[in-house]
Design a protein around this ligand. Structure first.
Ligand SMILES: [Mn+2]
Length: 426
């Protein structure tokens, strides 16, 4: 998969060499580092899962993929584990040449000499991008025409389309998330804390061989659900409230992203059911539009339309509008985010939302989320019975030749299904 990605990358960079800098260890506190996760674009081209590396791509007749990495330092291996010698690196990562990262500054000038333009992902801002900036500045003083382009559009174009192998990894991440979330739903009860559910969720994900989360789990009981990216997870679950889960296990670097909103005591109140059904209708309507030839804009419009209709029906919106833009303005205080994003290596995956002012047409092999929501914070001037209710329902949708495949459909989604699962719990 990485080899294929490199082949395509070589085509897209044409004659410009590309310097792709990997991630560095980041200090958490004292001498403790955060768990390392490679920069997604770097991983996409190399599969290389260690910090302190740079990949250089020299196009042309004698095209070369050069990997600069830390080479077997026995002291480091003793303290931090695995590292490779030169031969192992060459074999395992299929580079044409491997150099010690310490020699990067010395080697790079001659590697990219006589090039008027190069690609480099300098936006990642670590010690290597800093160092490279200095090298380029120096080079500029000799040869004023050297230009550094950001390769982000090339990565976006490539990562919008998923290969079969990538889809396999996503499916696995989604399956793990489904199973772990189902376990949480069956275990939860009033009086527990959100972080306890987080523990159950993450524990089950690990047990199912997901070694890390794609993003910090959002487990938001009651009015916490009205905070879109709530990750404190410190509140106690109250009987009668809803709880919103927005979670995604990572598997082989690919992340799921699934949201469910569940009544803590097993039964939706009538106000909760009303709001839930509006969001569910919006989601179903959006999923129907997630088919080849349509755009994410079509998916979003379908969801907006249903939310508008629903809010109008229950009197939260009174004004009649026909244009979708105007409908969106009316519902935006309650539904302030997009309906969809790409899904892949990053939970909000890098992808091409538009090109030359044309929205990207959905094509088989793309994976998106469809996740409308409604959030009624206590500050909004709406009937009291709706205040504090936050609902989001999110599924992961693979675009196929004939339409789409909801990869997370195994998790209960309708009011009836959810209440049934909750009624079965021990
Ligand atoms: Mn999402």
């Amino acid at each position: 998969m990485f080899k294929k990605n490199r082949q395509q990358f070589f085509k897209l960079i044409k004659k410009q060499p590309a310097i792709i800098i990997g991630g560095m260890p980041i200090i958490r506190n004292g001498d403790v580092h955060y768990q390392f996760r490679q920069i997604s674009n770097f991983y996409y081209l190399t599969g290389f899962d260690f910090p302190n590396a740079i990949a250089v791509f020299i196009p042309g007749k004698n095209k070369k993929y050069i990997l600069f990495a830390e080479i077997n330092d026995e002291k480091k291996t003793l303290w931090e584990g695995q590292s490779y010698n030169l031969k192992e690196l060459l074999q395992k990562y299929e580079a044409d040449v491997v150099y010690d990262i310490k020699d990067f500054a010395e080697k790079i000038s001659s590697l990219v000499k006589n090039n008027k333009a190069i690609f480099a992902n300098l936006e990642i801002n670590n010690q290597h991008s800093e160092q490279f900036r200095k090298i380029i500045l120096k080079k500029k003083s000799h040869d004023k025409k050297v230009k550094v382009d950001n390769p982000i559009q090339i990565f976006a174009q490539m990562r919008t389309y998923k290969s079969e192998k990538e889809i396999e990894l996503l499916k696995k991440a989604i399956k793990i998330t489904n199973q772990a979330l189902l376990k949480v739903i069956k275990k939860m009860k009033a009086g527990m804390y959100e972080y306890q559910l987080q523990g159950i969720f993450e524990g089950k994900c690990s047990e199912l061989q997901s070694s890390r989360q794609g993003f910090p789990p959002i487990i938001a009981a009651g009015k916490n659900a009205c905070t879109l990216h709530y990750t404190k997870n410190q509140s106690q679950l109250k009987n009668g409230d809803l709880i919103l889960f927005d979670v995604g296990a990572e598997f082989g670097y690919y992340s799921a992203d699934i949201s469910r909103t569940i009544p803590i005591n097993g039964k939706f109140s009538s106000a909760q059911a009303t709001i839930y059904q509006i969001v569910l209708d919006a989601q179903n309507s959006g999923i129907k539009k997630a088919i080849p030839g349509n755009t994410l804009g079509d998916v979003h419009s379908a969801a907006i339309d249903k939310i508008y209709q629903g809010l109008k029906k229950i009197g939260i919106i009174q004004k009649k509008e026909t244009l979708i833009e105007n409908k969106y303005k009316l519902i935006a205080p309650f539904f302030p985010h997009a309906t969809s994003h790409w899904l892949g290596l990053d939970v909000h995956d890098l992808g091409l939302y538009s090109k030359d002012k044309q929205l990207t047409k959905l094509t088989p092999g793309m994976v998106i989320t469809v996740e409308p929501g409604l959030y009624f914070s206590n500050k909004l001037r709406i009937p009291k019975k709706y205040q504090g209710i936050g609902v989001r329902i999110e599924d992961d949708i693979l675009i196929t030749k004939t339409g789409n495949n909801n990869l997370s459909k195994r998790l209960p989604r309708t009011i009836k299904e959810i209440e049934k699962v909750l009624a079965q719990k021990s």
